[in-house]
Design a protein around this ligand. Structure first.
Ligand code: SF4
Ligand code: SF4
Length: 136
């Protein structure tokens, strides 16, 4: 059975740059389409990608990534903002790799564009007010 999944790969800074993804194609016969790639200020590597192939190969690929210390996050979730909790402190603005937060210069408030979000989860950890939440 063939499957296709959108995932975010979180690389530790020590393994950023290794050709892990290429092995998914070469050894596990998985097709990949990299949607976005970036390195966070903490030097964590993030790859948003679509992986397709036989279900058994996909499972093997997930095991391989886990052994390599890569955390795989499914994109089957939404990240939402609790408008009541948000204090518009701005801590999330520069941390978001998808640039989903912008400063409204007139009101000095932080706008959140949920449609840009790739559900990496970085703002959830960074928000001091715990206003950002993952919904599955
Ligand atoms: S870090 Fe949290 S409280 Fe601060 S602007 Fe972003 S969502 Fe709002
Ligand atoms: S989870 Fe937060 S930091 Fe990550 S892309 Fe979405 S809004 Fe940006």
């Amino acid at each position: 059975m063939a499957i296709s999944r959108r995932v975010v790969l979180h690389f530790d800074k020590d393994i950023v740059g290794q050709s892990i993804v290429c092995r998914l194609a070469k050894d596990m016969d998985l097709e990949f389409n990299i949607i976005r790639a970036y390195v966070t200020p903490e030097e964590e590597g993030l790859l948003v990608m679509e992986l397709s192939g036989a279900a058994s190969n996909y499972e093997e690929g997930m095991r391989y990534l886990s052994q390599m210390g890569v955390v795989v996050q499914s994109l089957n979730q939404d990240v939402v903002r609790d408008e009541v909790k948000c204090t518009h402190c701005g801590a999330c603005v520069n941390i978001c790799p998808a640039k989903a937060f912008t400063v409204d210069m007139a009101s000095r408030k932080i706008d959140f564009a949920g449609d840009k979000c790739v559900a990496c989860g970085l703002c959830i950890k960074a928000c001091p007010a715990r206003a950002m939440e993952a919904r599955f």
